[in-house]
Design a protein around this ligand. Structure first.
Ligand SMILES: [Zn+2]
Ligand SMILES: [Zn+2]
Length: 281
């Protein structure tokens, strides 16, 4: 009898680990497919056709953003994935965390974790705009004057370091499992790529989509160089947070939006300019 229970528990633990690995692999493939699809879409029907004078100019722009994304991915895999695994396993082993206290299990636990992570990302992003210290790092994301799908990779290492650190605390505090984290990223990353892409969606479809997710119409407003517009539409995946916390904003003329930050010195074109940006005056 005890042996049966032990085999059953081992199989269950193995299944959990497999489901995490499966979703994580799956999320990488979805993200890669989304990137390729959106690059093709931007090439075929760009929303702002005048962004790049030549193919090489576009390639250099994309290359810099993706390189910054790769540096972040290296930092995360070297410094944080281990701490997220440790935090999730610790909270699962001793049932530490608010969701365990509530006795949540299965899909309800997973849905609450995903909602919580998206809610946290909304407030983290809003804080990045409100607190001068965090804005020093976040401005690098906003300094791109030619926003396209690769802008979704353009975050300063300091911003990703801090958000990854907070995420470890969030996992412990609420009892988030690894596969919840992987499932959140499987949904969130392709949506983030989509709303940064230099593409337009027919108005009716955008209107329907933004009932649930953040759309290109919404995020274009967030990247406007006009600050009252920049300080809006903070959410990453679900549009409900902007509606709930009154930061939802649309533009009557998306084609008239100018991206980036005001001032020639704040464009941060080269990689070293992006990396040094937070430490300037
Ligand atoms: Zn922002
Ligand atoms: Zn953005």
């Amino acid at each position: 009898m005890l042996e049966d229970i032990s085999i059953c528990l081992t199989a269950r633990a193995r299944w959990r680990s497999l489901s995490y690995e499966f979703i994580e692999d799956y999320s990488h493939w979805i993200s890669a497919a989304a990137l390729i699809l959106l690059l093709f879409w931007e090439t075929a029907v760009p929303f702002f056709a005048s962004f790049f004078a030549s193919k090489s100019e576009r390639a250099i722009h994309c290359g810099r953003n993706v390189l910054l994304g790769l540096l972040n991915a290296l930092m995360i895999s070297g410094l944080f994935v281990g701490s997220w695994v440790w935090a999730a396993e610790t909270s699962e082993n001793i049932h530490l965390g608010f969701f365990y206290l509530l006795g949540l299990d299965g899909w309800i636990h997973a849905c609450c974790s995903i909602l919580l992570m998206d809610f946290w990302t909304y407030w983290w992003h809003r804080m990045n705009h409100r607190v001068a210290f965090f804005w020093r790092f976040h401005q690098v994301h906003h300094s791109d004057r030619k926003m396209d799908v690769t802008t979704s990779y353009r975050f300063h290492l300091g911003e990703i370091f801090l958000s990854s650190l907070f995420r470890t605390g969030l996992i412990l505090l609420f009892g988030i499992k690894l596969w919840h984290l992987a499932a959140y990223e499987a949904f969130m990353f392709p949506i983030v790529m989509f709303h940064h892409a230099n593409v337009g969606v027919p108005k009716e479809i955008d209107r329907l989509l933004r009932l649930v997710i953040v759309t290109p119409e919404m995020h274009k407003v967030h990247h406007s160089n006009f600050q009252p517009e920049t300080d809006s539409n903070y959410t990453s995946m679900l549009s409900i947070w902007d509606r709930l916390f009154r930061s939802f904003k649309l533009s009557s003329d998306s084609h008239g939006i100018a991206f980036g930050l005001e001032g020639p010195e704040r464009e941060h074109k080269a990689l070293n300019e992006m990396l040094k940006a937070p430490f300037g005056s």
